[in-house]
Design a protein around this ligand. Structure first.
Ligand SMILES: C[S@@+](CC[C@H](N)C(=O)[O-])C[C@H]1O[C@@H](n2cnc3c(N)ncnc32)[C@H](O)[C@@H]1O
Length: 123
């Protein structure tokens, strides 16, 4: 699906929430020119820094998508794919206290609190 979305004109960037083991980050990095991935767990973020170190087009950020994503959106000048997969899932993952952080982005279709303007991204 991401590969299909990346064929949309002007899509060169993917923003992912929930790096986890870096599997989807690596896939996205093979599809678009640049990937930014946000992970809440410090341990998983640190592990991803190691396992994805061979990918120069990947930027890994640590923190909650609720806090980090708005700054990413405001710094981006190109349309992007927003792959919102940051949520508690199993064992080592973080976020058990907020099981659906995407709800923090009020009015998800417009990603209200992130500052994403209509027409500047695919969520
Ligand atoms: C379903 S996994 C992501 C899987 C990954 N995208 C993949 O396909 O390989 C969800 C990840 O989101 C992280 N997470 C939970 N809450 C988060 C939040 N508020 N912001 C960013 N990441 C979060 C968890 O620690 C976990 O690593």
């Amino acid at each position: 699906m991401a590969a299909d979305l990346a064929r949309e004109p002007g899509i060169t960037v993917a923003v992912e929430t929930g790096t986890f083991g870096g599997g989807s980050t690596r896939t996205l990095a093979s599809i678009v020119e640049r990937v930014i991935s946000i992970e809440l767990s410090q341990d998983l973020h640190d592990a991803a820094l190691r396992t994805l170190a061979d990918l120069p087009n990947v930027t890994l950020l640590h923190g909650s998508s609720s806090d980090v994503l708005p700054g990413v959106v405001s710094d981006l000048h190109d349309p992007a794919i927003y792959w919102l997969d940051g949520h508690w899932c199993e064992g080592a993952s973080a976020g058990y206290g907020s099981l659906c952080p995407v709800l923090d982005f009020s009015g998800v279709s417009g990603m209200g609190d992130t500052g994403l303007e209509a027409g500047t991204g695919i969520v």
